[in-house]
Design a protein around this ligand. Structure first.
Ligand SMILES: *Cc1c(COP(=O)(O)O)cnc(C)c1O
Length: 355
């Protein structure tokens, strides 16, 4: 009889069913679909595709488009089936079972998830009260423990705070571990804080980027790892050979043909986020429903509250979903009417909580 490994028998998929709320502000997706002219362009390219052939294993044209948009060398770029796949692939292959890796908390849950799945020894460093990262603590912990991998997002999901570039450089310079710097939200903050322009100077840095957030392609699953040639050769060697299907490569390539649209679109989302943040701050001044509304560097606003569970439940009853982190709530910016609806609902909920 086949006996399932105990570790595997305990696993469950991360969600039990698709989200059916009318207003979905929980996944940090872009609220805007691609413009029609781009969709037409994509249709034509897909119409001409050779369905019978295997895809380009290196996603060459797609990686060139990315490299060109962000001003990095194409030799430094590997495409993945979402950055999620790259997190998994790097975690599985760059350190071995039982080796130590450092994550910070709160941060994107997938670093720890894949670490545990791959039986890595996880060291979790808690952020302070205001969710700041202590770079010295990471450096010291890394040196003392001999950790081989450090993963964190910058600016951070879910806290929306950013670590300044000089601090990140100091970290990468002062550890022997491999650093995975996940810049999924950097477009919303400030690309001058990114390390993309200097990534080639480090032998221990892999930067992750994604098309799922500012670039609005969550459905298609495209992410990128950017690193010097030595690390890139390893990533390309260990990834599934045909990890990027031709349809995704075509759509991603089409996207980067329109850099002006991408920049304009990102600016628009940032403006909408600022407006949502302002509305939440105003509502909070009136109602006091949150302990704090944080200034965001991402496409969501984080609010701190001891009532997160009940607030999220009451929002869900109104068919609005947000991300419940129990001591705080993460609200993705949506279309104007969605942002107005969530603020109005929170205003009502604050009254219900007082009653
Ligand atoms: C959303 C997100 C990603 C992107 O994942 P994809 O697999 O590329 O969609 C990566 N890192 C963080 C921190 C995120 O929030």
């Amino acid at each position: 009889m086949y006996k399932l490994d105990e570790r595997l028998a305990k696993l469950r998929p991360p969600v039990s069913k698709p989200n059916e709320c009318k207003i979905r502000l929980d996944a940090n997706e872009s609220y805007k679909n691609l413009p029609d002219y781009m969709i037409e362009d994509i249709k034509e390219m897909i119409g001409n595709m050779e369905f019978n052939r295997y895809p380009d294993p290196f996603s060459t044209t797609l990686c060139e488009g990315f490299a060109n948009y962000y001003g990095v060398k194409p030799e430094y770029v590997t495409a993945g089936n979402g950055s999620d796949e790259l997190i998994s692939t790097i975690n599985a292959n760059f350190i071995t079972k039982g080796e130590k890796m450092i994550v910070v908390s709160p941060d994107f849950a997938m670093y720890q998830f894949y670490g545990e799945l791959n039986e890595k020894d996880i060291i979790k460093i808690e952020k302070d009260e205001d969710f700041r990262i202590d770079i010295d603590e990471i450096i010291n912990t890394c040196r003392e423990s001999g950790a081989r991998l450090i993963c964190f997002s910058n600016p951070c999901n879910p806290t929306s705070l950013g670590v300044p570039r000089e601090e990140v450089i100091r970290l990468v310079n002062n550890v022997d571990a491999l650093v995975i710097l996940d810049e999924a939200y950097m477009d919303f903050w400030d690309n001058k804080q990114s390390l993309l322009d200097v990534v080639g100077d480090f032998d221990n840095l892999i930067i992750l980027r994604t098309c799922s957030k500012a670039l609005g392609l969550a459905a298609v699953r495209i992410g990128f790892a950017v690193a010097n040639e030595t690390l890139t050769t390893v990533i390309k060697s260990v990834k599934a050979q045909f990890n990027m299907n031709t349809v995704a490569q075509i759509i991603g390539t089409a996207l980067f043909k329109y850099p002006d649209h991408l920049e304009e679109n990102t600016r628009e989302i940032i403006e909408a986020r600022d407006k949502l943040q302002e509305m939440l701050m105003e509502m909070n001044e009136k109602t006091g429903i949150f302990t704090k509304v944080y200034e965001s560097n991402n496409n969501f606003v984080m609010v701190k509250t001891d009532d997160a569970d009940i607030i999220c439940q009451k929002l869900r009853e109104r068919s609005i979903s947000v991300a419940n982190h129990h001591t705080f709530i993460r609200i993705t910016v949506g279309r104007d009417w969605e942002n107005e609806a969530v603020v109005k609902a929170l205003d009502e909920i604050s009254e219900e909580l007082k009653a």
